[in-house]
Design a binder for this molecule. Structure first.
Ligand SMILES: NC(=O)c1ccc[n+]([C@@H]2O[C@H](COP(=O)([O-])OP(=O)(O)OC[C@H]3O[C@@H](n4cnc5c(N)ncnc54)[C@H](OP(=O)(O)O)[C@@H]3O)[C@@H](O)[C@H]2O)c1
Length: 305
């Protein structure tokens, strides 16, 4: 008993960054697990939007049938971006007013050591995340063509947790710098190395994704997208999403490191999640338009996937 108690003394509680990372790992592992379930269950949990509208849908089993009853509209993606923008605003307000929620998280994080992302990088990463949330919100209202396709309510819930988690991930490793600035300690004003490259990658993904969404919105539902990156990739809007989070992971890198580990784990989740959906999309297009139409296209990542 004593040895168990002394072992417990050495177990450190997780920092907020580790808690954020744990969600990404758990969610990624769950998606990989879902991929080996029977096809009807996998589809009920993972497929959404256009992929559920066509194709050779077989009669689902009992559990898949129940999950099918718990669907919400695909257009509820809108809620992700309302949440994302609201969270960005909330954290800005918390920073400016030394709010108790941010202070609690920041103090929990610096327990692990004072190694930190520079303040300028924290502001840039926060700003880029806000830009992404705002553009997606704008697109949800003014660009995307309304449809009646569904998605699983579990998918919708996981998405909400993801955007909440990511709103914290972009600044949590900068807790030391945030605390210093609250305590009046001046931060460096020099442009950190590689930051312009990170911003460039983010903007390339940001602009490209908007072009992809405009193209999808201009299509008759459901036809084969064939312009720009769609000529070579089945889901270039997902490629763009990966570029966006790669840019963010580089922009928010702590001093002496190339990437921000927490955002990188978020990118891992994005890649696993969207990679699964890109596979379903390619299969659905092949069934609907003929395999030859998509055979030569990458699903999401050129030369790799
Ligand atoms: N960070 C993350 O983890 C994450 C997760 C999911 C998505 N996202 C991002 O959110 C954005 C939207 O993703 P999504 O999965 O919703 O994309 P999607 O399934 O391709 O759908 C996007 C829009 O295009 C329409 N559409 C799709 N294929 C079409 C076709 N062949 N013909 C006509 N219209 C078509 C859809 O219509 P319907 O509404 O009728 O289906 C929907 O309005 C992407 O940029 C993605 O990167 C991010």
């Amino acid at each position: 008993m004593d040895s168990v108690l002394s072992l417990m003394d050495h177990v450190k509680p997780a920092t907020p960054a580790e808690a954020c990372q744990a969600f990404y790992v758990f969610a990624s592992a769950s998606i990989l697990g879902i991929n080996v379930l029977p096809a009807d269950l996998r589809s009920a949990l993972m497929d959404y939007g256009a992929r559920l509208q066509g194709g050779n849908q077989k009669e689902p089993g009992k559990l898949a049938g129940i999950l099918g009853l718990l669907r919400v509209p695909h257009s509820w993606f809108l809620h992700y971006y309302i949440l994302s923008v609201a969270c960005s605003g909330f954290w800005a307000w918390q920073y400016l007013t030394r709010g108790s929620v941010m202070e609690w998280l920041v103090k929990g994080q610096v327990r692990d050591g004072r190694e930190s992302v520079e303040l300028l990088r924290v502001f840039v990463a926060w700003g880029l995340m806000t830009l992404q949330g705002m553009r997606r919100l704008y697109e949800s209202f003014f660009v995307m063509k309304p449809g009646s396709s569904p998605m699983s309510s579990i998918h919708w819930i996981v998405g909400q947790v993801y955007y909440l988690d990511m709103s914290i991930s972009v600044w949590i490793e900068g807790s030391g710098a945030i605390l210093d600035s609250w305590n009046g300690i001046e931060s460096s004003r020099r442009i950190p190395p590689r930051l312009p490259i990170a911003i460039g990658l983010f903007l390339a993904g940001w602009i490209k994704q908007n072009q992809c969404h405009k193209h999808l919105a201009g299509l008759k539902k459901y036809t084969l997208p064939d312009q720009g990156w769609f000529q070579r990739i089945v889901c270039p809007h997902y490629t763009s999403e990966c570029l966006i989070y790669l840019g963010l992971a580089l922009a928010a890198a702590p001093s002496g490191k190339i990437v921000n580990r927490t955002v990188l784990m978020g990118l891992m989740f994005v890649a696993v999640n969207l990679g699964t959906t890109a596979s379903s999309t390619k299969k659905w297009y092949a069934e609907k338009f003929g395999p030859e139409k998509v055979a030569s296209k990458w699903k999401m990542i050129p030369f790799i996937f």
